[in-house]
Design a protein around this ligand. Structure first.
Ligand code: CO
Length: 134
């Protein structure tokens, strides 16, 4: 069911510092910051040969990553995003297996302009999982 690892998302308390780490220390290509008000984050994409890293900084007082950063003040891996060919078929299959889909259970348009869903970490080895229709 799963395709490629689309990205690993890392929540950071300070996006500019995170960009410096990846651009200057690690020598990667980093995109310009992109505000995603619907998701409560500002995001940059780090391009790697085989996948992407997303650095996420909270945007607004109700950002879904604020609580995560309270527990992980220097930042941390927030979620993994796997590609699927058909997001509705994947969702229905996982729900049949008893997995919990976050939110209202319907895909939303993610940071790459494609439909995404999030799955409950307790059902996936303690990892928040994002599915993206590739
Ligand atoms: Co993501």
């Amino acid at each position: 069911m799963l395709g490629r690892l689309n990205h690993v998302a890392i929540a950071v308390p300070d996006l500019a510092k995170g960009v410096e780490v990846y651009r200057s220390m690690l020598g990667t290509k980093v995109s310009a910051p992109q505000a995603e008000p619907a998701h409560g984050v500002t995001v940059v994409f780090v391009e790697l040969p085989n996948t992407k890293i997303e650095l996420l900084e909270p945007l607004g007082d109700t950002s879904p990553i604020i609580a995560f950063l309270e527990k992980n003040p220097s930042g941390g891996i927030h979620h993994l995003c796997y590609e699927v060919a058909d997001i509705l078929a994947a969702r229905d299959h996982l729900k049949e297996q008893g997995a919990r889909v976050l939110g209202d259970g319907n895909p939303r348009i993610g940071a790459h302009g494609k439909p995404v869903l999030f799955l409950h970490p307790k059902d996936f080895c303690g990892t928040l999982v994002e599915l993206e229709q590739a």
